[in-house]
Design a protein around this ligand. Structure first.
Ligand code: SF4
Ligand code: SF4
Ligand code: FES
Length: 235
């Protein structure tokens, strides 16, 4: 299929972004990830104004929706490049941009280190004994599938990289720990959960519909809130 691909490029963290448009033909069953690999393997690729196209920087690892590295904005929607088939874009127009909530490192690569820092800041780990209840095994498994891709934060109206609200990328993993913590043995996480998640979330649930791992984000939010209230972590 014929494609007109517009890519928002940026040479370094501090340089100004610019658009580059490339006309190209690729099979509709290819993904955006495969397309980027194809473009980078071309020796003399030029854009629509006949200027040379240098290597397009982007990230991937698994190419099967398991690592979250390839998250980017595709026609304005945060998605995984390895999960976006070209055939979906019937008019052949593709706009590829880096996620906007994080600092751009180069082209389509962003620095998502803040997500790990936020998990560390809320003490997202068990400090003492864990409860391996059969009742919570499905919830804990589902929460463990979070890719830390950042798509949920991209659409969250309340999240900013330098803000104190940490969004679904924090409460999905936190829901797993809260479900395991002993009632009479509250984790430090509970206090941070109240401060950095519970009180800042507007419950709009944009994060629920965007998650590429199809985690039931609404369930994780509701459960984490309920557990925190039942166990009186908010006293
Ligand atoms: S909850 Fe979903 S969208 Fe958010 S970081 Fe995890 S996998 Fe990505
Ligand atoms: S429910 Fe709304 S405010 Fe809360 S994390 Fe999801 S998108 Fe953000
Ligand atoms: S490359 Fe791993 S999720 Fe796309």
């Amino acid at each position: 299929m014929k494609l007109l691909i517009e890519i928002l490029r940026q040479a370094s963290r501090t340089s100004a972004p610019y658009k580059q448009t490339i006309a190209y033909e690729a099979p509709p069953e290819d993904t955006v990830a495969t397309l980027l690999k194809r473009l980078n393997s071309e020796e003399k690729l030029t854009d629509t104004s006949k200027s040379p196209v240098g290597s397009i920087y982007w990230q991937c690892s698994c190419l099967q929706k398991k690592c979250g590295a390839c998250a980017m904005r595709i026609n304005g929607t945060p998605r995984l490049a390895c999960d976006a088939k070209l055939g979906e874009f019937k008019r052949g127009r593709l706009v590829l941009e880096p996620l906007k909530k994080f600092p751009t490192v180069r082209d389509l690569i962003v620095d998502r280190g803040v997500m790990m820092e936020n998990l560390k800041a809320i003490h997202n780990w068990l400090e003492q004994s864990a409860r391996q209840s059969e009742k919570t095994v499905d919830l804990r498994y589902d929460a463990s599938r979070c890719l830390q891709c950042g798509c949920c934060l991209e659409v969250c109206p309340n999240f900013t990289a330098d803000g104190s609200f940490y969004g679904a990328a924090a409460f999905v993993p936190a829901s797993r720990i809260l479900a395991q913590a002993e009632k009479d043995n509250p984790q430090a996480l509970a206090a941070y959960y109240k401060e950095n998640i519970f009180s800042g979330c507007g419950k709009s649930l944009s994060c629920h519909h965007i998650c590429p791992a199809e985690i039931d984000v609404e369930h994780k939010l509701a459960n984490a809130n309920a557990v925190a209230v039942w166990k009186r972590y908010f006293r």
